[in-house]
Write a protein that binds this ligand. Structure first.
Ligand code: FUB
Length: 337
């Protein structure tokens, strides 16, 4: 992996030598120096190797892909998630990525405690909304917050001053982390849907302001072995709801002719990703190709589940609209013009 830090172009050799550990493949460093924009040339999968990235969500906006990820910073040997902020990268060709300074930290939510878990960004009317799961400071369990910005690279600020979904709003599961993993989708008629959930999958319709529910919470049926990580996307008239299946997690999916279902289960889309109990996918079309973005634990020999790394491979559709099983590769994807 070659990284060119634009800020360091004029720096001394000593500084470059000091940074060489930071750019070495297979030696990820989580104590990242303070940077502005940094260029990363992905050399296959994982695409980012100087820090741990998890739970990818991608957005296509004005000829670029914006990749938003979680940020695993667990100390070596720690078996558990340690995540305090989210990261943002952009690319015009899926291989050369610009890393932007972290646009969002749990501290942006005054009501939150910690745990910057999975989220997704979407654009509406020139504003960017970032839905994220976080531990609530006063209500037991995980909640979903929404941040807003005028730019896809932030900075983002709390859009409501309170969580849009809290753990006490859904009662089907006793676990405290069942209200996580938001995915956001705006249909062609302008209606926005927020899906989320661990163990059970739910959705609400959102008002056009994107920060208030427009109707009741609906429980989604028809997703066998559903664990978490829903991702809703549309392709050629079909709606697809992909999700993490069982544990350790594969990715499976269902299809429908409506974003509200009913969903028809279609099978496994991606097998267990190496050295990680979890998987978490984003699916986007960009410049004529479809990409499956996920994470694995490839950068570390053990504890990969808490030191994850984002990967990208191609996704292909069958003529009937079903999706072919993803082939996970070390080579990753080629640059697209
Ligand atoms: O990163 C924390 C949790 O792990 C996410 O919310 C889940 O999707 C799983 O990837």
């Amino acid at each position: 992996m070659k990284i060119k830090n634009t800020l360091l172009l004029s720096a001394t050799c000593a500084v470059i030598v000091a940074l060489s550990g930071f750019i070495k493949p297979g030696k990820p460093q989580t104590d990242k120096p303070s940077i502005t924009d940094t260029t990363i040339h992905a050399d296959g999968n994982p695409i980012i190797r100087h820090e741990y990235t998890a739970d990818p969500a991608a957005m296509v906006y004005k000829d670029k892909v914006y990749l938003y990820t979680g940020h695993d910073v667990a100390p070596k040997g720690r078996q558990g998630y340690v995540m305090h902020d989210w990261l943002c990268f952009s690319s015009s060709d899926m291989v050369t990525w610009t890393e932007h300074p972290s646009p969002l930290d749990v501290k942006a939510f005054a009501w939150a405690k910690d745990d910057a878990w999975a989220g997704q960004v979407i654009e509406r009317n020139g504003k960017f909304y970032w839905y994220v799961a976080i531990s609530h400071g006063t209500i037991h369990g995980k909640s979903i917050g929404v941040a807003v910005s005028d730019s896809p690279t932030g900075p983002f600020k709390d859009a409501r001053g309170s969580a849009i979904i809290t753990n006490d709003m859904t009662m089907d599961s006793k676990i405290s982390w069942d209200d996580i993993d938001p995915t956001i989708f705006i249909d062609d008629d302008g209606q926005a849907y927020l899906y989320w959930g661990n163990t059970n999958c739910y959705y609400i319709k959102l008002k056009p302001n994107m920060i208030e529910a427009d109707g009741p919470i609906v429980k989604v049926e028809g997703l066998p072995h559903y664990t978490e990580a829903p991702w809703l996307h549309k392709h050629k008239g079909w709606y697809y709801l992909s999700y993490a299946y069982e544990f350790p997690e594969k990715i499976a999916y269902a299809m429908s002719k409506s974003p509200k279902g009913p969903w028809v289960y279609k099978g496994i889309l991606n097998e267990i990703a190496g050295n990680s109990n979890t998987n978490h996918q984003a699916i986007i079309d960009f410049k004529g190709k479809t990409y499956f973005i996920y994470h694995n634990g490839a950068l570390v020999p053990d504890a990969g589940s808490f030191h994850r790394s984002v990967c990208i491979d191609y996704l292909y559709y069958n003529p009937d609209g079903t999706m072919k099983r993803v082939v996970m590769t070390s080579e990753g994807v080629a640059a697209v013009k």
